[in-house]
Design a protein around this ligand. Structure first.
Ligand code: NAD
Ligand code: LMR
Length: 347
């Protein structure tokens, strides 16, 4: 019988379904999820038939979860989603040099919409973690599909922006010569997940970025905002971030499991959510957006048994961050409307 890491077997059943599991993110994320001592079932789904081989491969690792692989044959998606507690979605096409994330909309919007429809009918209570780009629009798409199906719970839908946080930690630690301590850095990143919508709050960095000039702050901000382009250019047409994204996705899922299933309190992670998930939190944000009401924003979220427990205040912004906020809000508004209108027009 499979033994959990550390010799303990999980006490409750937790099933995760990974949609797009044969891809650049999907495969390493499947590998990381298989390391979890908490998951009991890991279902891998992809339209690429190789996913079944990926599942067999990963299933030989001696950790507790039972791994299953499904392609489109024989209702594979429904089988993968049945009884899922957590659904993670990295399905869709990645960028090539010269493309924006929004350029992926035409292909990825319908992929995500169709997957959301299956989630709505098969596991409507699952926590949903959306990785597929453009996240600023794909999260609203999932929400609209679930709303139309009458099963939407805003506390359970998350756009995964954790890679921006990893980049903020890594690049901030680097700039003050503390790269080996990057994992201990706490740098909030709010807003959305593309270019100027990514808003790192470097003024709140813990530890503080002492001795770093305003010029350096601005360069660091740009590096975090456009970190994805760095990878896209370096991969020169062969895709975008996959391995760092897998690490980021796993970090988010681990924290969600801790808060939602393992009773851990005080678990906070920035995530792109429907702000109505916690009305008091969304009011606080209005102070910073010149009273522009946005439906979706990445905010610090305290996670709990139902998913979003509380949106935490974003705190004080420096003057520079206030100017960044204006640009982020302007672009995000359009991205959100685009996602919502897509479902209105096409469903
Ligand atoms: P990839 O092309 O390597 O893999 C995508 C996988 O999705 C493929 O295996 C493909 O067969 C599968 N797929 C396509 N349509 C599907 C469907 N309808 N159902 C199930 N699977 C389907 O791409 P990748 O590098 O893994 O990137 C995936 C997505 O993640 C892209 O949209 C990319 O932009 C995005 N991404 C997001 C972040 C983030 O921070 N949120 C970071 C990196 C990449
Ligand atoms: C990233 O931030 O690396 C991802 O969103 C992928 C991309 O297109 O840049």
């Amino acid at each position: 019988m499979a033994q959990a890491m550390g010799g303990k077997e999980p006490t409750k059943k937790i099933k995760a379904a990974l949609l797009g599991a044969a891809g650049g993110i999907g495969q390493p994320l499947a590998l990381l999820l298989k390391q979890s001592p908490h998951l009991t079932d890991l279902a891998l789904f992809d339209i690429a038939p190789v996913v079944k081989g990926v599942a067999v491969d990963i299933s030989h690792i001696s950790t507790p979860s039972i791994v299953t692989g499904y392609d489109k044959e024989d209702d594979g998606l429904v089988k993968a989603l049945t009884d899922a507690d957590i659904v993670v979605i990295p399905a869709g096409v990645p960028r090539k040099p010269g493309m924006s994330r929004d350029d992926l909309f035409n292909i990825n919007a319908s992929i995500v919409r169709d997957l959301a429809q299956s989630i709505a009918s098969t596991c409507p209570k699952a926590f949903i973690c959306v990785i597929s780009n453009p996240v600023n629009s794909t999260v609203p798409i999932v929400a609209e599909v679930l709303k139309k199906a009458g099963v939407f719970d805003p506390k359970r839908l998350f756009g995964v922006t954790t890679l921006d946080i990893l980049r903020a930690q890594t690049f901030s630690a680097e700039i003050i010569g503390q790269s080996n301590a990057s994992s201990t850095f706490n740098v909030p990143v709010i807003g959305g997940h593309s270019g100027v919508t990514i808003l790192p709050l470097l003024s709140q960095s813990k530890p503080p970025l002492k001795g770093v000039s305003q010029e350096q702050i601005e360069a660091l901000t740009k590096r975090i905002q456009f970190g994805g382009d760095e990878v896209v250019q370096a991969k020169a047409g062969a895709g975008s971030a996959t391995l760092s994204m897998a690490a980021a996705g796993f970090r988010f899922v681990e924290r969600l499991i801790d808060a939602a299933f393992n009773g851990k309190s005080g678990v906070v992670e920035d995530s792109y959510i429907l702000l109505k998930a916690d009305a008091s939190g969304s009011k606080e944000l209005l102070k910073h957006t010149d009273n522009v009401e946005l439906d979706y924003f990445s905010v610090p979220v305290e996670l709990g048994p139902e998913g979003v427990k509380k949106i935490l205040p974003i705190g004080e912004l420096s003057e520079y961050e206030q100017t960044l906020m204006k640009k982020a809000v302007e672009e995000l508004k359009g991205n959100i409307v685009k996602g919502v209108s897509f479902v209105e027009a096409k469903l």
